[in-house]
Design a protein around this ligand. Structure first.
Ligand SMILES: Cc1ncc(COP(=O)(O)O)c(C=O)c1O
Length: 391
């Protein structure tokens, strides 16, 4: 059986995560920060990209239904949800789709409501466009992060746009059918609210948790063209740099508005390699993803158990995503101590302050060969207690 989970030399390909590291630390660094997979993309995707490369005519491209159909078929196969091909819209990246929506579909200086902690690059798009952002905390209630529905209802009252990330980055929360039903009811009761559901992590869901699209629970928002659901093969198939994403809508009119807004932004045709790579990914039938998921799952279990052994640390089970959100609040694991630990261990993680007011938290990316992940966790296990107890 072919093994797909081995780590390979990440340097020399303009990697945002690896090639930005100083030469002196490269050999000893384990980077568990930026959230893309440290696995080689499936053979079918590589073959599609190599085939495209060998063709050698890298001219302008177009989106045809085969790309949108591949996106829909993946949803049907994996999530029992079949949005209409004719109502789906290509974007190179979700962040560009959000930028387009903020610039062209929303009122100027809109009020955005989202849950916190939150993946910041998309919020930055809102901030840079003058949006006012209000956060509703995902509070840690025992063994889960829960939405305060009462506060959300109040905060949404005068909002222009609500952004959901499902499964949630960084907490790893998967919104249950009950939660989605409540959310659906709430957003359906706001006839002027635009809702964006960023479901890029949907293919990584663990245990009894099940990813479901918000669209299923918010028929009024979906059918009236006020709900957009994003997907992308970027995370799932280790091809974030290929830049292919889809905005699913439930309305012909919203599709037309999105296509028009996209043109206004000067975004039309995809990168030459994006479409063949995405079609191959969504048509993937090998055991590649099964192997990847088994490795990630193993890693998440390992770090949850080990990091929970540090006094004052709390790690809840990751319900979805390949990320682990670690709470070092009781141990006072603040920004300075986090920096010290990264310097001492050469293990890089995403510091919690980047996700909002969470300076004592950090996020690990568990999508890497288990041997390397365990090495990283063991380095953390040695240095974190030392740094915490040092004056
Ligand atoms: C929740 C979430 N949305 C979107 C993205 C990025 O998507 P894209 O590259 O399509 O903009 C990420 C990447 O980390 C993410 O975690």
């Amino acid at each position: 059986m072919q093994t797909y989970t081995s780590f390979s030399d990440p340097y020399g390909h303009w990697s945002a995560k690896w090639d930005t590291l100083p030469e002196a630390v490269r050999a000893k660094t384990i980077a568990l920060n930026i959230a893309d997979l440290e696995f080689i993309t499936p053979p079918s995707v590589r073959a599609a990209v190599i085939g495209a490369a060998e063709h050698g005519r890298y001219g302008y491209t177009e989106i045809f239904d085969d790309f949108l159909q591949a996106a829909v078929s993946w949803q049907t196969k994996c999530h029992e949800w079949t949005p209409m091909v004719s109502q789906a819209v290509f974007f190179p990246r979700i962040i560009l789709a959000v930028g387009t929506i903020v610039a062209k579909l929303l009122p100027t200086q809109p009020k955005l409501v989202t849950l916190t902690p939150a993946y910041d690059p998309i919020l930055e798009v809102f901030r840079e466009n003058g949006a006012k952002i209000e956060f509703v905390p995902l509070a840690n209630q025992g063994d889960r992060y829960e939405i305060d529905m009462g506060q959300l209802a109040i905060t949404l009252a005068d909002a222009d746009v609500f952004l959901l990330t499902n499964p949630h980055n960084p907490t790893g929360k998967v919104f249950s059918s009950n939660e989605l039903a409540e959310l659906g009811k709430l957003i359906d009761s706001h006839p002027n609210l635009m809702v964006l559901s960023d479901d890029i992590h949907a293919d990584f869901v663990w245990d009894e948790h099940r990813y479901e699209p918000l669209a299923r629970y918010a028929p009024a928002s979906w059918e009236s063209g006020r709900l957009i659901q994003f997907t992308s093969p970027g995370k799932t198939f280790a091809m974030a740099g290929a830049e292919a994403a889809v905005a699913f809508t439930g309305s012909d009119e919203l599709k037309i508005r999105l296509e028009h807004a996209k043109r206004q932004m000067g975004i039309h045709n995809p990168n030459y390699f994006a479409v063949p790579a995405a079609i191959a990914a969504w048509g993937e039938e090998s055991d590649w993803l099964t192997q990847i998921k088994a490795a990630v799952r193993n890693n998440l279990d390992y770090s949850q158990e080990r990091l929970n052994q540090i006094p004052g640390f709390k790690v809840l089970p990751t319900e979805g995503t390949f990320l682990q959100w670690v709470d070092g609040t009781e141990a006072g694991f603040n920004i300075e101590k986090q920096q010290q630990v990264m310097e001492l261990t050469n293990v890089l993680f995403s510091m919690g302050f980047g996700f909002g007011n969470f300076a004592n938290f950090f996020r690990l990316n568990a999508a890497i060969e288990p041997k390397i992940y365990r090495e990283a966790i063991e380095r953390l296990l040695i240095e974190i207690p030392r740094v915490i107890s040092a004056k």
